[in-house]
Design a protein around this ligand. Structure first.
Ligand SMILES: *Cc1c(COP(=O)(O)O)cnc(C)c1O
Length: 470
């Protein structure tokens, strides 16, 4: 263990940029070259090989110029916890495999529920990520909708499935679609609601769509409001969406996978006012609570609703046992004690410190937005509510089609050098670049220098294109 830790520390200390710039082919060849049927002779050889197949070309989220996806640098107390999580290896499915772990997890679920503004009836469970949290929330919503007045009690669930509809904004996460598919709702089950100029769900159109769906004999099953969309960080108007849901009697799920960190913000908690009116909430601690993957939770307003995922196995959690078995609340069986990471984080650093980190990257995004807006070489889609910037290099004279070609090439060129890593996305059918800022150590200087790099490479590419045309 000590030698492994030494190797890790010295390697991390030697890292000076977020990526090596390695190409797919080279990396895949190195991994393919390992003979898995012939173990190496000692730990030194193993660690050398590890460097070769993995560490040398890993992507480092703690590097200040890693600006791509919703990945965070991790806080050290959570890393200390990881040691214990893996070494003790508790499994959080049953009391007899976790004992105290069960109550640590339960305290954290209650704590998160309290931060949301739920009362003592709330409950929930840790999950592997936002995708699973959303799936579980929608599974519960499906169960509730089937019991509601909309469904015909004489009609078996299997026959009702095709009539359920989920409403989510056009910028919601694709796991909503995926969940609908897994839940057997069919491909048309997600009704997409347009967004306003700040990329937030339009509650008026939501109201119209729910009425239309019901009039057509279909069953409004759930509304998914996103508190922090993956691309823009936009927060749907939670109170107005909750009003619409209340009026129509529809389940409200708030996907706060990204915006969940606002629960501990000392300056911006109000941005998610209305979240306390949700029936269920997704929080990804492995995004804006700076936790290692995996760490997420689904929290429901009425703990009783978790019964939709409860099954009893004679060997594990028999109905008669009446022990505190978390498996009764989870889609998983064997399950990591991920909650311990958040526990040690809160016990070491406190919640405010985490909230301050998130506030710092939101502040940085606001400054970055100002830089982009005032720069004639760039266009930016929207002022960020959280910490993402969607923008493109497009000096005034350049046609859209050329910008579509140049921006992805800028991104690829920079990825091939490795001194910065950014993301790309498509908005209105056009290619854009994206920064997701989740590192409190990234400075305005870092953002500015990556923009300068983009400009420099963009200009070179434009010159190349012009020469080709001639
Ligand atoms: C990241 C994200 C998810 C998916 O979460 P995973 O932890 O990656 O499974 C869901 N919804 C939103 C809004 C997200 O940003």
């Amino acid at each position: 263990m000590g030698r492994g830790l030494d190797a890790l520390i010295s390697h991390v200390a030697s890292v000076s940029q977020p990526f090596s710039g390695a190409g797919v082919h080279g990396v895949s060849e190195r991994v393919a070259g390992v003979d898995l049927d012939r173990p190496l002779e000692d730990l030194d050889a193993v660690l050398d090989e590890l460097r070769d197949v993995y560490l040398d070309d890993a992507v480092w989220f703690h590097e200040p110029r890693y600006l791509a996806h919703l990945n965070c640098p991790v806080v050290i107390p959570a890393l200390v916890a990881e040691l214990f999580v893996s070494a003790v290896n508790s499994s959080l499915d049953t009391w007899d495999q976790s004992a105290g772990g069960t109550f640590v997890e339960r305290r954290l679920v209650d704590w998160a529920a309290g931060r949301i503004g739920f009362d003592g009836n709330a409950d929930g469970v840790f999950t592997s990520g936002g995708t699973q949290s959303n799936l579980q929330a929608l599974l519960i919503a499906r169960g509730q909708a089937y019991l509601s007045g909309d469904a015909d009690p004489a009609e078996p669930l299997g026959q009702t499935l095709g009539r359920f509809r989920i409403f989510a904004s056009c910028d919601s996460h694709f796991s909503v679609q995926k969940s609908a598919n897994v839940l057997g709702l069919g491909l048309d089950a997600v009704v997409t609601i347009p967004t306003d100029e700040r990329r937030r769900m339009d509650p008026w159109l939501l109201d119209q769509e729910i009425a239309r769906v019901r009039a057509a004999g279909l069953i409004p099953m759930a509304v998914v409001a996103t508190a922090g969309t993956t691309d823009f960080g936009s927060i749907d108007p939670l109170n107005r969406v909750a009003d619409v849901c209340a009026e129509h009697g529809v389940w409200l799920h708030v996907d706060a996978a990204y915006g969940g960190g606002l629960l501990v913000s000392t300056r911006r908690r109000h941005l998610i006012d209305g979240i306390e009116r949700a029936d269920s909430v997704t929080i990804d601690f492995h995004k804006t609570f700076f936790q290692p993957v995996s760490s997420s939770a689904v929290i429901v307003r009425r703990g009783d609703d978790l019964r939709h995922v409860t099954y009893h196995a004679d060997y594990l959690n028999p109905r008669s046992a009446a022990l505190p078995n978390q498996v009764d609340k989870s889609l998983q069986t064997t399950r990591r004690f991920d909650a311990l990471k958040l526990w040690l984080t809160l016990r070491t650093m406190g919640a405010d410190a985490i909230g301050d980190y998130f506030d710092a990257v939101i502040d940085l995004a606001a400054v970055g937005h100002g830089l982009l807006r005032d720069d004639p070489d760039f266009e930016v889609v929207v002022a960020p509510a959280l910490s993402t910037l969607v923008f493109r290099f497009r000096p005034e004279e350049v046609p859209e089609g050329v910008a579509d070609e140049v921006n992805p090439r800028i991104r690829r060129t920079i990825a091939g050098r490795g001194d910065a890593v950014m993301a790309g996305t498509v908005v209105g059918g056009r290619a854009w670049l994206k920064f997701t800022l989740l590192n409190p150590e990234t400075t305005v200087g870092d953002v500015r220098s990556v923009l300068d790099l983009i400009r420099e490479i963009g200009r070179e590419l434009l010159d190349e294109l012009r020469t080709e045309v001639r």
